[in-house]
Design a protein around this ligand. Structure first.
Ligand code: CMP
Length: 140
């Protein structure tokens, strides 16, 4: 199976609780490799642009407010079938619907403060990785 890359974000609820290491350990145990990583505070304009696809959704303003409320850790994860594998390890968006043993089931506070984001498809992954990283930042 070919190597794939996906964009991961450890969200402000997780940086606030200082559990980024526990989350990264889950990703690594699943066979995903962190090949780029940056801790940063998103600006409102950056959060709006990143989540532009959700612009018309009722939760958009709250989402932007939450994503700018504290630092995030943005990462490129690499591995076989990395996009699907990361989504499996993260669990469902709504933690009350997430499978046992997933990151969101174990760590998320709510559907909004759900600890992690992961790209949902190859085209999205490519665009989301490019949003945060250049080729020079990525070392597999
Ligand atoms: P994420 O995978 O980052 O993609 C969009 C985010 O919007 C989602 O995780 C949640 O953090 C947030 N969100 C807030 N409310 C909802 C909702 N009702 N449905 C889906 N996503 C929501």
């Amino acid at each position: 199976m070919p190597l794939e890359q996906t964009l991961s974000i450890i969200k402000p609820d997780a940086t606030r609780r200082n559990i980024t290491g526990e989350i990264i350990a889950r990703l690594e145990k699943a066979g995903l490799r962190v090949v780029a990583q940056r801790r940063m505070l998103l600006s409102t304009a950056q959060a709006e642009a990143f989540y532009n696809v959700h612009k018309a959704r009722p939760f958009f303003r709250n989402l932007v407010e939450f994503m700018t409320s504290g630092p995030v850790v943005v990462q490129v994860l690499e591995g076989e079938n990395a996009i699907a594998k990361n989504r499996e390890v993260m669990g469902a968006t709504d933690p009350s619907k997430a499978d046992a043993g997933t990151i969101r089931k174990d760590f998320a506070e709510s559907i909004e403060a759900n600890s992690v984001h992961g790209s949902d498809a190859p085209e999205t992954a490519k665009n989301e990785i490019r949003f945060f990283f250049s080729d020079l930042d990525i070392c597999g």
